[in-house]
Design a protein around this ligand. Structure first.
Ligand code: UD1
Length: 420
């Protein structure tokens, strides 16, 4: 197993190019199951999660490859409808093969993903949606078994206790493309990755309106064709580099960014006093003296993303004053608190809130990554901490950041991988 070693204290400067969005490519790869024709996906990030999804597609009978950012899915008639526990247990997003398999093959057997360190992550909304489309669902030996003679369009309310669900919206939208008649999804997730998935499905011949709003309407078609698509840039990776610039008192030009996907993050960073300049598809983030503490509440898009909460906490931990961070999507997503405190941060957790009292310095320490974004927050803290920080279990990081170590090195960071 590898660990990351970070020697803190360097101001990061230079340019970095953001990769394609992890959360966009995963459901888009699942969507290729809706056709027997070839598909070409450009701008694909080379991540562990992308590789896992390609393995799932292969296990389902698809012939897929990834070379220099391009995924090719060959024409063929896949017949396997079982998504194995060994894949779904490692990556929750694999559950979104359920909708495409059910729509295309009229049957699917997909392992239940189970919980993870950021809390209980149920799939009730996915199941509710599939049932509403006419699927017969049972749970057998840890697998969701779904069957239908023909999916039929319906009016489906997909709001849950924590708001909309991104992957449930993706799953139901994909299933509805081949259902008979009209489906209306209410309380749909509005995330840019849903819009990207819809635009891929539309290129495949699907009839979808309203993606990016809480009401999505889908008119089912008989079949879908192959399509070519370029993945949107990763807004969370862009946000992570924005914070890297600020936390190291640096100056970074971040390229391949869609600002309108980052509204809440930009707004909050401007509130702290950061200097942010937008040019074409780039954003320049520059430290200005006197950053201020801020309060943040994570919410479904266009609110502040939960996937940026941990990184923001690292920045607030060295910003003088008191910041309050409230987590409304995953109330237990605070595994990074204890690790940041080991580096000298003063953070107190109270239920879904973290009260962060900014300190003058963090000090390097051995820390443990617990999940993807928590890992990113520890890297950020390591970049500013005095001395050396070693981060174990970095496989979490490799699930969602393409060449992070390399990109940070080019900005001047002293960061390298070592065997544990
Ligand atoms: C996606 C993202 C993840 C992000 C999350 C929230 C991908 C691959 N992953 O995950 O990076 O952190 O959105 O923005 O796109 N919920 C239910 N029932 C369900 C489904 C979800 O109660 O059936 C709850 C979840 O426990 C959570 C909330 O709804 O509290 C939002 O989760 P959801 O949007 O579904 O997250 P994912 O789509 O799994």
């Amino acid at each position: 197993m590898d660990k990351l070693v970070v020697e803190g204290g360097i101001r990061l400067k230079g340019e970095v190019v953001v990769s394609g969005a992890k959360n966009a490519i995963l459901p888009i790869l699942a969507a290729t199951l809706l056709t027997d024709e070839p598909c070409l996906i450009k701008g694909a990030p080379n991540l562990c999660d992308t590789i896992t999804m390609l393995k799932i597609l292969r296990s389902l009978g698809k012939n897929v490859g990834l070379d220099r950012g391009i995924v090719t899915v060959a024409a063929n008639r896949h017949k396997n409808f079982i998504a194995d526990y060994k894949f779904v247990s490692t990556m929750r997003a694999s559950f979104c093969v359920l909708g495409p398999l059910l729509a295309k093959l009229k049957k699917a057997k997909v392992s239940l993903p189970g919980g993870c360190v950021i809390g209980v992550r149920p799939v009730d909304l996915h199941i509710k949606g599939m049932k509403a489309l006419g699927a017969n669902i049972s749970v057998e030996s840890g697998y969701v078994v779904a069957k239908t003679s023909q999916l039929k369009g319906n009016h489906i309310y997909l709001g849950g206790i924590y708001g909309s669900s991104v992957l449930a919206t993706a799953n139901v939208m994909m299933a509805a493309t081949l259902a008979q008649g009209r489906t209306v999804i209410e309380a749909a997730a509005c995330e840019p990755e849903i819009v990207d998935l819809a635009s891929f499905l539309i290129k495949m011949g699907a009839k979808i309106e309203g993606a990016g709003t809480p009401i999505i309407e889908i008119e089912g078609v008989k079949q879908l064709r192959g399509a070519e698509h370029t993945i949107i840039p990763d807004r969370i990776e862009a946000g992570t580099f924005m914070i890297a610039a600020l936390i190291t008192k640096g100056d970074i030009l971040i390229k391949n960014v869609l600002f309108h996907h980052l509204g809440a993050v930009i707004d909050k960073l401007e509130e702290t006093g950061a200097s942010i300049t937008k040019t074409d598809n780039s954003i320049r983030v520059c430290f200005k003296r006197g950053l201020k503490p801020i309060n943040i509440t994570t919410l479904p898009y266009p609110g502040f993303p939960t996937d940026m909460q941990a990184q923001m906490m690292s920045l607030m931990s060295i910003t003088p004053g008191i910041s309050v961070i409230t987590e409304k999507i995953y109330p237990d997503r605070f595994m990074h608190v204890a690790e940041l405190n080991r580096m000298g941060a003063h953070i107190q957790r109270e239920g879904p809130h973290a009260i962060v009292e900014g300190v003058k310095h963090l000090s390097g320490a051995p820390v443990m990554a617990s999940d993807l974004r928590a890992s990113a927050s520890l890297v950020l803290a390591g970049l500013v901490a005095g001395g050396e920080t070693t981060i174990s279990r970095i496989y979490h990081l490799e699930r969602g950041y393409e060449n992070l170590e390399d990109k940070l090195q080019r900005l001047g960071a002293r960061i390298y991988k070592e065997k544990e």
